[in-house]
Each structure stands twice: as C-alpha cells, then as structure tokens.
Design a protein around this ligand. Structure first.
Ligand code: GLN
Ligand code: ZN
Length: 758
C-alpha cells in the first residue's frame, strides 16, 4: 500500500495566532509559561488536523519558535560569541536575541531560503564548539505520540545543507565541520532509533542545486557513516525545489528512502527515474502535490504520474508527498469569502493539499472508484478557471503577443538621450533625489484605515493625501533636493497598490505566509490575464508636479517585482505573465508622460528573487526579465528620463543584466554590501546614470555628512562623475519624519562638498 505524507506544515496558524503569540511574548505581554503553552496548543492542533485528514506520515519537529535553521544551530549549541552563551539548551530569550538582536549584540544575518520568499537565520560557525544541547526532533516525536498517539516522522535539516547555509568558515574547512557535526547527528538519530522511530526525514535541499562532485563524495561519507552507526533507522533523504543532478549516486546511497520533487523538478527527476529506474530496496518519497504553489491539482493528471511511478517503484515502496514543506502556502481557503467562485474553487492551500494527498493515495490503493468524485471535481474546477473570462482576454493576448515579438528598444541610444535630458533639465552635477516613499506616519496609516472602513469618503481621503504631498514638496524644496517625488502616501505596499488597480489580480482575506520570524505577507494572486484599466498614479504625480518647478519623478513598481511577490497562475509561463504586466505598466508609463511627467522610475528590487536555482536556467530568466523591463519603458521620448531602483540583494554577478535594462538612471542599495558593490562596478565600467545609495535607511540613526562624503568619494573613484547621482539606499517609508529630514539635509550638504571638490 502506498502511504501519504507532507514534508512540513505552516506554523503561523489560520488566524496568525503563532505570530500574535510571538509578538505578545516579545512585548512582555505574555509570560514564558503561557507563551509556551499557546505554542504547544498550536502545534498539537496542526498535528490533529493532519491526523484527522488521514495523513500516514505526519512530520514532527518541523514546528519552530522562529526558524528551522536557527533551531538546528541552537540544537547544536552554535551561538555567535557576542551573545555570551554558556552552554546548555538555548532558552527563548537567547534564541530570540540571535534572531532579532539585543541591546548589546546585533542579530544574525538572515537570507532567502533557496528560491522562496522565506528567510532563515544564517548560522555563524566561527568559534563555535558544537555539542548536542537537546534532541529537538525526539522531544517533538514524544509529544506527538503522547498527546495524539501519532507515530510522527521527525524532520531534520541534513548536515550538508546546514553547513552550506552557514557562514563563518572557509571552503577548505567544510570537511572539518562535517567531522565535527556528524557525531552529533548520529547521536540525535541513535536516540530516535532507540525510541522506536521508524522513519526520519533528513532534508538536503542543496542536493537539488548546483553541487560539485566533491559534494557528492561528502554526501556519501555522511550517509555512509550514519548507516553504519544507526543501521535500523529508516532515513528518507529528502530533496526539493528542483531536480537532482547526481541521480544515480544519490539513489545508491545507503539510506532507506529518497525524496524527489516531481513538481518543481518534474522534468529532470522524471527523466532520470525513467532512464535509470529506482533501486528495488528503497522507498520513493514522491513529491506530487505542489508544496509552494496555491493551485488545486488536477488529480486525474496527478494520478497518471503516480501510476507511472508505481510501475517503476511498486506501491508498497511509494510515499505520496507534498513537493516541499507547506510552510510556503497559506493555511486554508475555507475562510475566504470574497474571492470569485471560479478562483476559490481552483485554490488549494495547506489543508486542501492534505486532502489532495489523501485522495491520491486512496486512488492508488483502493482503486479509483472510491474517490472518483474528488478526482473529477478537481479536474472540473481547474478546467472552469481555465475557461473563465478572466483567463481569456483576447485583446490582452493579441497585444502582448504582438509587442513581445518586437525588440523593445528606446528610439535613441543612451548617449543621445543623456544629452537631450541634460539640455531639458539642466540639473547640476551630482543631482540629488530619493527613492520614492516618505515616512508613513501613524497619521497616514490611520487615514488609510478610516478610508478603507468607509468612515472617510474618497474626497476626504484624497484631500488628506494632497496635504501630505504639499508638506513633502515643501520639505524637499527646503532641503534642496533636485528631483522630487510625491511620497507614495496613498500606497500601503508597492505591489498590492498596483494589483488592486490592474485586472487579473485577486486578494485573499487570510492568505498569509511566513516571510521571516513573525513577519507574514499576504501575496496577491495573479489569476487572470493582467490588464491596464485606468491610470493608477497620474493624479497624485501630476498634483505634486503642479506644486513645484523642480521635476517630480513618477513612481511605479516593475513587472518582475510584481510577479515575484505574487502567487501566479500556472497555465501560462512566468515569462508570459511578465510580458502581460509589462504591457499594462507601459500604458501607465505612457499616461504619465502624456500628463507632463518627464522622469519616471520603475522599481525592480525583486529581480533577483526569481533567479532559478540551477545555473543553466539563469541566463534565460535574466533575459526575459530584462526584456519585460524594457517593454515597460521603451516607448517614451528620448528626453523622458527612465529611472529604476534595486535593493535587498547582491548584484555583483548581474551587472551586465542591470546595464541591459537600459534605464537612464539606476539607484541602487550600497551600504549593506560595505562597498563590495563599488568594486563590482569598477570591473564592469557601468555606462549609464547611477546613484549608489549613500546611506542605509534601515536604521533610525542620522548619518553624518562625513560618512556620506566617504561613500561619495569611494564611488567617484570608479564611476564617471557626469553620470553620478546622490540618493539614499531605499525608500523612507519606515522612517520617522525628523530623522528623515535631518538625514536628507546632511545628504545635500555632502553633495555640496562633493560639487566643490569635483
Ligand atoms: N519606491 C519604493 C519606495 O520608495 C521602493 C521600495 C523598495 O525598493 N523596496 O518605497
Ligand atoms: Zn529599495
């Protein structure tokens, strides 16, 4: 008989009760005992749901107080020296100190978990003396067994993945670190074996990235050692997010099972299993139901895939699983009451995915008849959405097909545009500007709430927004900035704002997912063809421009950022979705230009977030991402100045693509990369307008003129002064009013000094 399983369940709770408990605890509003008991209730409730649905192997140890990578580090006593850790189990105050910082010590860095929008805490190995402080998976296993009689499947992050995600050691020290951690892993696993645990899921997602032949030898060494130390324990070596490269080596490892992703790694994994088969002595964990997408599966289709696998593996050695942990999807669609019916029927969040897994498993085990209705209704729901008007806007399809067939180029090359823009704007050398948003004070947020609740009329709200614009146009003139912005007071979020105004988007009420720690996001859903309906930003921008003689820069979010921060449909490619967005945003760019706005910024902070895991796929992605940006911006007059902005990530290996975007000016986050970015530009001789952020906006501290002068001087050693702009690192919406004004005044003073010197 085939079995069903999931690789992990969302921890935040349907009402974000986990988030609320964490934040109350941090605020001192919840005693530790009460906090722990609330978290326990959440955890047990999640197990119960899986048990009631009939999942065979329920994960235990996937729950976390913050992040699963931090949990692993804490379990091994890997705590940065600055926290003064004295050994023993890591208590909540220390645990949260590492994650969020304390008065004395800065937090550990956090970074993206593979190609998802989940962020983990990066373990710092330097100086650490790893020991086993407590066997977390064992504690979880016992708890599930005692409370609900569940024979859980403990989840662990495997040694190679854990080490690859850590920092604070040289590549040549990796093997030494494996030697140090391996005995601790063996201890954890031996204790689990003694307890009578049958299966353990050891996550090694790095095996689905570009690893080397040496890494495969490391994997052989690690799992060989585990197999000889704990021969009775069944290890499911779990991969996800992509197909594996060293298939034949992996399936030959001395483990009882291999978990493969047949959703995001479908092509590669299916080709491999067809060609090389699967060992007769192993179990296949087949990731069939998408763990990170929100769409209901066509179960008839999925069943065909499972049948094929059953022909290779036999059903008693088959576990039908989610492709990865369900951490990346919202909890349930059940509470959604405002979505179009055709959309809601075609969604499957975590709880719905549990039921899909169970239905598929029943279909394989008991024949298809017992679940024929479920199979057919999934097919019907998927089909209905496919045929819906929202997904079939012929005018959009035709227009996008036509323009994506053309090379999107501006009418003049950068040199000519630069000359035309200079003579039009007469800006001083080193023009100053900001990235778009100004402080969203309590007053601004309150006003938006009142308006959303209907307590304020549109007129009242618009008048309020205009007042804010007035204030900030005045402030920017007074500070002496050269290129002004309206301040984005009407926007909560740079993606949501546009999603609400474009056709093809839907917004859930409760569709939250964890981004990092207690921070959750509610991504929009791009479910239909995207279309421009009416101007989205013209009114505020034009109003701001009417209040000043200085140029006001229009402000849009770019196609790739909107796409990467949304859940997207899967019946057409991401490339197609990007072009639909580009075509819609192009109409906004044109509307702004027509309204007399001569500088337009199209923000693309999230370009890198869509970068495929495998190197071989990356160039193609960057090509069409750049093309989408150019489609958005290429139709304006030569003297219209296109700006873009990027932040959040490393750029050093994508400067060619950034240049290919052909924006007249880019503003780019610099301070957090400690000048490394400047070196990259040195090697690349970037040839368009560029502002390297001269101060970090993530802190309330007001940077001094000196500090900014330093940044400017450093940048000018490598960049052409005629192309150099001066601006902060990113938007200022999270900052307070006074510190913002003071910082910008210092920035303008630093600019004046630079103008004298150069
Ligand atoms: N224009 C946006 C702002 O200033 C850009 C935000 C971002 O890069 N994340 O807020
Ligand atoms: Zn930014």
């Amino acid at each position: 008989m085939a079995k069903s399983s999931v690789l992990g369940y969302p921890r935040i709770g349907g009402n974000r009760e986990w988030k609320k408990a964490l934040e109350a605890f941090w605020a001192g509003k919840l005693e530790q005992n009460e906090f722990e008991s609330q978290l326990r209730d959440i955890r047990v409730n999640h197990w119960r749901k899986q048990q009631e649905q009939g999942i065979d192997y329920i994960p235990v140890g996937d729950f976390s107080y913050y992040d699963q990578v931090l949990d692993t580090a804490a379990m091994f006593g890997i705590v940065p020296a600055r926290f003064g850790y004295k050994g023993g189990p890591v208590q909540p105050s220390l645990y949260y100190g590492i994650a969020r910082g304390t008065k004395e010590a800065t937090a550990s860095e956090m970074t993206k978990w593979f190609n998802t929008n989940y962020h983990y805490i990066v373990p710092e190995l330097d100086g650490a003396q790893p020991v086993l402080t407590e066997n977390k998976p064992l504690i979880a296993y016992r708890e599930a067994k005692e409370t609900l009689g569940i024979e859980g499947r403990p989840v662990l992050i495997g040694p190679l993945t854990f080490l690859k995600l850590s920092k604070g050691y040289k590549p040549s020290e990796l093997d030494g670190w494996i030697d140090r951690l391996l005995p601790l892993y063996i201890q954890v696993l031996s204790e689990l074996a003694q307890e009578g645990v049958e299966w353990v899921q050891v996550d090694e997602p790095v095996l689905a990235t570009n690893i080397s032949a040496e890494d495969i030898e490391r994997v052989q060494r690690i799992y060989g050692a585990i197999a000889s130390a704990v021969p009775s324990l069944k290890i499911l070596l779990q991969t996800y997010f992509e197909s594996v490269e060293f298939y034949t080596d992996l399936v030959a490892l001395p483990v009882a099972g291999i978990g493969l992703d047949f959703v995001h790694g479908l092509q590669g994994n299916l080709a491999a299993i067809r060609e090389y088969g699967f060992p007769q002595d192993k179990t296949l964990g087949a990731g069939i139901i998408d763990g990170r997408g929100i769409w209901r599966a066509d179960l008839h289709e999925k069943l065909k895939l499972v049948r094929e696998l059953e022909g290779i593996v036999t059903s008693d050695r088959l576990i039908i699983q989610s492709s990865c942990s369900l951490l990346h999807v919202p909890v349930t669609t059940a509470a959604e009451s405002k979505l179009p019916e055709e959309l809601k029927n075609a969604l499957a969040f975590a709880d719905e995915k549990l039921s899909e897994l169970v239905v598929l498993t029943k279909a394989i085990n008991g024949g298809e008849l017992s679940v024929e209705q479920e199979l057919s209704s999934s097919e019907a729901a998927v089909g209905a959405l496919g045929r819906s008007a929202a997904r079939n806007r012929t005018e959009v399809r035709t227009a996008v097909a036509a323009i994506s067939g053309q090379e999107p180029v501006r009418s003049k090359p950068f040199g000519d545009r630069h000359a035309a823009q200079q003579s039009k704007w007469q800006l001083p050398i080193f023009p100053t500007t900001t990235i778009g948003s100004f402080p969203q004070t309590a007053e601004v947020r309150k006003a938006r709430q009142l308006w959303r609740k209907g307590e304020w009329s549109n007129e009242q709200y618009n008048a309020f927004i205009r007042e804010q614009i007035d204030v900030w146009i005045g402030l920017q003139e007074d500070i002496g900035l050269d290129v002004l912005v309206h301040g984005e007071f009407e926007r909560t979020d740079m993606v949501e704002f546009f999603g609400e105004k474009l056709a093809g988007f839907a917004f859930t009420q409760f569709g939250w997912v964890q981004s990092y720690g207690s921070r959750c996001v509610k991504p929009p859903i791009i479910y239909g063809d995207v279309a421009f309906e009416e101007a989205m930003t013209v009114e505020e921008t034009q109003y701001a421009q009417s209040k000043t003689k200085q140029p006001v820069k229009g402000m849009l979010t770019g196609p790739i950022t909107i796409m990467n921060w949304s859940f997207v449909r899967e019946d057409i490619t991401r490339e197609q979705i990007a072009y639909q967005l580009a075509y819609a945003l192009r109409q906004e760019v044109e509307a702004l230009e027509k309204a007399g706005i001569g500088m337009i910024q199209v923000d693309e902070p999230a370009v890198r977030e869509g970068l495929p895991l495998k190197e071989k796929d990356q160039a193609n992605y960057l090509d069409w991402a750049v093309k989408a940006f150019r489609m958005t911006t290429c139709t304006v007059q030569p003297e219209t100045q296109i700006h873009t902005h990027m932040c959040y990530c490393e750029f050093h290996d994508m400067i060619d693509s950034i240049e290919a975007m052909d924006a007249d000016v880019i503003s780019i986050e610099t301070s957090r990369s400690h000048g490394e970015l400047i070196h990259s530009f040195e090697e690349n001789t970037y040839g368009l307008g560029i502002g390297l952020g001269v101060y970090d906006i993530h802190s309330p501290r007001v940077p001094s003129v000196d500090e900014m002068t330093n940044m400017i001087d450093r940048a000018l050693r490598v960049l052409d002064p005629k192309l150099f702009w001066i601006n902060p690192d990113c938007g200022l919406k999270t900052r307070g009013l006074e510190e913002t004004v003071a910082s910008l005044r210092n920035m303008v003073d630093a600019t004046k000094l630079a103008r004298e010197k150069h």
